[in-house]
Design a protein around this ligand. Sequence first.
Ligand SMILES: [Fe+2]
Length: 271
Amino acid sequence: MRIGAISDLHIDRSKDYYPQDFEYILTNEIKRLNLDMLLIAGDVSNHYLQTVQFVQNVKHHSNIDVLFIPGNHDYWKSEQDDKSSYEIFEHYKSQPESIIGNPYIINDDWAIVGHSGWYDYSFADHEKFSLERLERRKYYGSTWLDKEHIDWGKSDLEMSKLAATSVKNDLEQVKDKNIILMTHIVTHKRFAVPMPHRIFDYFNAFIGTSDFDQFYETYPIKYSIMGHVHFRSIIEESGVQYICPCLGYQREWRTQDLETEMKHTIQIIEI
Ligand SMILES: [Fe+2]
């Protein structure tokens, strides 16, 4: 079985390509790579209706299973819609493609568990910044934009703990199988932006969480897919392959060609 993974498509942020182009090119890649399933680790767009539509269209056109968890951008509120962040979360959760709180059993040997996860500030330089300073989510004149577009009514540290609790429940259900874990937020510090760094000593606070560390020791997680940091890399540690398959913004691409970039981004797990 060939499972493809991709993240951070940001289909609404390209200067040269329309969302339909992303759909068409991704569907072609699924066929060319002969994938049986696609995992999308969040940040499809800045609007939940567009994100859900994209996931459904890719599933429909490719005719394979597409599983999805939202990224922070997928939770952003729009001015035309008064849905709260929590209502948007519930909307995602009710989609058949969502695996939040709903592990996907592939077969007797394999299962997929997923959640957006949330950042707990633990990746920042804590010698330089206090918790109060990080909670302001503003540094060097730049604001971490989730502050303006998402309101959970809870602190980020509480949100990270809630996500970890949900994932732990799901892991318990499938602990007799090999597990593929999918999050949007980074769960391994090696994917943080290398420090010291002029601004990421601060902004790494919003990249990852340490609340999942124990899961890698306790449960048979073989693959961990994550997005958010816009890297494309794989690391292997203690029998776990950590995969960050981010397409990222067009301004971050090496070429300006979407098809080439997608080819360089999609990672394949063979089980
Ligand atoms: Fe992103």
